[in-house]
Design a protein around this ligand. Structure first.
Ligand code: NAP
Ligand code: HSE
Length: 437
């Protein structure tokens, strides 16, 4: 921010006045004095864009703000110092951010999808223009994980980043587990509360968590992990029966995003996983998120808070606005000095190892258990615990679920065993296979 603007308000061009835009506006209104005390000047929305300006919204419009017909006008507007992109999506948001950076304006965004897909280009443009592209709100709503990786843990080699990165999925799994809600009803509730993406398949199919993981990998390792190469599984196939079996093993089921340094290569993915109820991550419920970061010097650090929702996410957006207004743009936005980060050194997904949970639906007859155990043993997968128990609501008692928890297994071996097992005539349904953290 130039010295000439020192005593002036920080002028925002706000694109999007939905859940997060309104969250930001409500904090700006409620905490105006406090923000001015911190910054020495006020923050004001001068111009804003929405799709439908006539829509009735629960939060009052920012005082004095004018509507522009096209969000792209914000990039060139003379009364805008920082463009705040809270529309979402990959089209208009992309054009707006590019134009704003190219015109020398700072940008604050919560758009993890865009940063995962086009971050490489946008961060390079911001560096070239010497402006800020800030994105604290893009990962885990109100939790300051971007700042933590970029600044507070900058001296650490990061061994692992493991988190519950999607509030909607965690909300759905929590409601299915604790309140016995159906998957569909729980999703509707999450949408009503404003946690879900405009396209909720991004949440429940694991893609939103994948977008955030790509952003976190960039911050933790200074490498660009191609989104298309990241193994991703969502929660749509997690059933109440598997949640109940997980409980029998003392575990919860959570959608986990994880990146680990394995001898200099990054092993990463997003999957529903079983994790012991004694882990802090297992105790994260509803729309809350948490991230566990292990650094070589600091050890384990755990961040926890509201991962979605208007005011928590607005809090992170406002932190970026205030940082830019106070300090100007940091020399790099990724936490690394290169204008373009190198591509990630990735561990091939088939080499990934973790403990596993298998549920096989089989005919209840002699030799079945032994054949399943042999198919796993033949590829070196060792069983740690086993349960055969008729499900409470079973109509057909001639088939039973057999559940195994195994020791560490390599993905390539898991695939080979499942191929063989699916062909057994006594296997009566698609096997269920989950990772164990
Ligand atoms: P939202 O409630 O759907 O609001 C989107 C806003 O953008 C609306 O005001 C909409 O206008 C406006 N908009 C969309 N496309 C537009 C276009 N082409 N031109 C002009 N205005 C347009 O979305 P949100 O939940 O606030 O999310 C916004 C961003 O924050 C997304 O990138 C999302 O991933 C991210 N995020 C959301 C959360 C959360 O908890 N919701 C948390 C973290 C990050 P109308 O109001 O007229 O429809
Ligand atoms: N849809 C996202 C979630 C919003 O549920 O986590 C926060 O990024």
């Amino acid at each position: 921010m130039s010295a000439a603007l020192a005593a002036q308000p920080v002028r925002l061009g706000l694109a999007g006045f939905g859940t997060v835009g309104q969250g930001l506006a409500s904090i700006l209104a409620d905490s105006a004095e406090w923000i001015e005390r911190r910054l020495g000047r006020p923050v004001a929305v001068t111009a804003m864009a929405v799709r439908d300006p006539s829509k009735v919204r629960p939060t009052p419009l920012p005082a004095g703000a004018r509507f522009v017909a096209d969000p792209l006008e914000l990039a060139a507007a003379e009364d805008v110092d920082i463009v705040v992109e809270l529309m979402g999506g990959l089209t208009t948001a992309y054009d707006l951010i590019r134009l704003a950076l190219a015109s020398g304006k700072h940008v604050v965004t919560a758009n993890k999808h865009l940063l995962a897909e086009k971050g490489e280009e946008l961060f390079a443009l911001a560096a070239q223009k010497g402006v800020g592209l800030y994105y604290e709100a893009s990962v885990c709503g109100g939790i300051p994980v971007v700042q933590t990786l970029k600044e507070s843990l900058a001296g650490n080699r990061i061994m692992a980043v493991t988190g519950i990165l999607n509030g909607t999925s965690n909300f759905i799994l929590s409601r299915m587990t604790c309140k016995g809600l159906s998957y569909g009803d729980a999703l509707k509730k999450a949408q009503k509360k404003g946690f879900a993406e405009a396209d909720p398949t991004l949440d429940v199919e694991g893609f939103d968590a994948a977008h955030k993981l790509v952003v976190l990998i960039r911050l933790a390792y200074g490498q660009d992990y191609p989104l298309s190469a990241l193994p991703v599984t969502g929660i749509t196939h997690v059933t109440p029966l598997d949640i109940a079996f997980a409980h029998e093993f003392g575990c919860e089921v959570k959608l986990i995003g994880q990146a680990k340094d394995i001898d200099g290569k990054i092993m990463a993915g997003v999957h529903p996983m079983l994790l012991s109820k004694s882990y802090l991550l297992a105790q994260v419920h509803g729309a809350f998120n948490a991230v566990r970061i292990v650094g070589d010097a600091v050890g384990a650090v755990m961040l926890y808070g509201q991962g979605a929702g208007g005011r928590p996410t607005g809090s992170a957006v406002l932190a970026d606005i205030m940082a830019l207004a106070r300090d100007g743009a940091a020399p790099n936005n990724t936490g690394f000095p290169e204008k373009v980060l190198p591509p990630a050194q990735t561990l091939p997904p088939e080499e990934e190892t973790s403990r596993r949970y298998f549920r096989f639906t089989v005919e209840d007859k002699p030799g079945v258990l032994a054949a399943l155990a042999k198919a796993l043993g033949d590829v070196g997968i060792s069983i740690y615990q086993a349960v055969q128990k008729v499900a409470p609501d079973t109509q057909d008692e001639s088939v039973v679920p057999i559940v195994f928890m195994t020791h560490h297994a390599r993905q390539r071996d898991v695939d080979a065993a499942l191929e063989k097992i699916k062909a057994f005539p006594f296997v009566k349904a698609e096997p269920v296979h989950l990772r164990v953290l």
